[in-house]
Design a protein around this ligand. Sequence first.
Ligand code: TRP
Length: 334
Amino acid sequence: MLDGKKMLFSGMQSTGTLQLGNYLGALKNWLTLSDEYECFYGVVDLHSITVRQDPATLRKRARDLLTLYIAAGLDPVKNCIYYQSHVSGHAELAWILNCFTYMGELNRMTQFKDKSAKHADNINAGLFTYPVLMAADILLFQSDVVPVGKDQMQHLEITRDIAQRFNNIYGDVFTIPEAYIGKQGAKIMSLQEPTKKMSKSDENPNASIFLMDDYDTIIRKFKRAVTDSDNQILYKDEKPGIKNLIDIYCAVTGKTPQETEAEFANCGYGDFKLAVGECVADSLKPVQDRFYDLSKNKDYINGIIKENGEKANYYANKTLRKVKKKVGFPEKIR
Ligand code: TRP
């Protein structure tokens, strides 16, 4: 609790460029939370190096992501937006929690299995203990709630298990976090294979809409979106391509699938794809404009990085001091 507000942590990796799924599924929903919660949003760059990165690219992407958080509408005064690598407490707590996590638990993580299949030449220990670092992120801020997608639920479960285990030994040190199930974030699927999640690492550039795609590119990608051939705009599981386009349209406009079906009852796929493309392009335009403006304003962004980094460190250190004392590390001499 901080000023009577519950704590909230979430983060995104600075790997790849954000796509529409990250925006509609996560970021856009974060905008409404700061009145109710004390929000910490990390650019989780420590997580990114579990996969090999080019240093200059990683640095640029981390800055772009932080800037995008703000461009998308997160107020950096009400929300603590910072780089994970600027708060050494993440790594320190992760080490300690590593010693309270079992190999067997980590072996069960489906993301580890997927990622090690994908990066078979670099199955490093960091990839294996990734969920422990994520647990440290969450527990460091005594988070009550964590907005996460379905694919991260298993990591949240292990976080809760680790926290319980620690508390059972040392008393109430950590708040046990819950998943934030708010207004359902839209799950956006690939435009080329609509049964697969839209992903920033998809090799087919037509499969994803990137947040920085220009107007014409967005329209072109929607025109090429894979659908069935019966030319009826109906929200049905058997029509994953059209269902996905309806989901996207609803996430942007706030309409329901039923309203959308009615609106386009007399249209063919061509018109509908164009309408979805236009509403997405129009809604991203202000975010893109703000992003370009903010990117020019180096001093402003640097100020946020500095101030919010200090704030995050302050709260991180509070937890870390307590944890270190509990496990029996000697006190610092001042
Ligand atoms: N693992 C998350 C992902 O890949 C990112 C993440 C890291 C995160 N630490 C977190 C999300 C803590 C929520 C809370 O999407």
